[in-house]
Unconditional design. Structure first.
Length: 71
């Protein structure tokens, strides 16, 4: 869920920056195609999922009593 929100926020910020650049430099061509947005969405979600799997796997293998003794 956090990865999805991050991807959507990134797409929104990219669009805002693109509009600012186009306004400041009208001769500069900046484009974002739908395919590029979908690719970014997929890569962001996959990276977030893979980044969360290792800590989750490590926590799942840990003894609950030992895990709670750290608090």
């Amino acid at each position: 869920m956090i990865s999805g929100l991050g991807v959507l926020l990134g797409i929104g910020v990219s669009e805002i920056i693109r509009k600012i650049v186009i306004t400041q430099y009208p001769t500069l061509q900046v484009s974002m195609s739908f395919d590029e947005l979908i690719t970014g969405l997929i890569l962001g979600l996959v990276a977030g999922t893979l980044g969360a799997l290792y800590p989750a796997y490590k926590a799942a293998r840990m003894d609950p009593v030992k895990a709670l003794s750290y608090e």
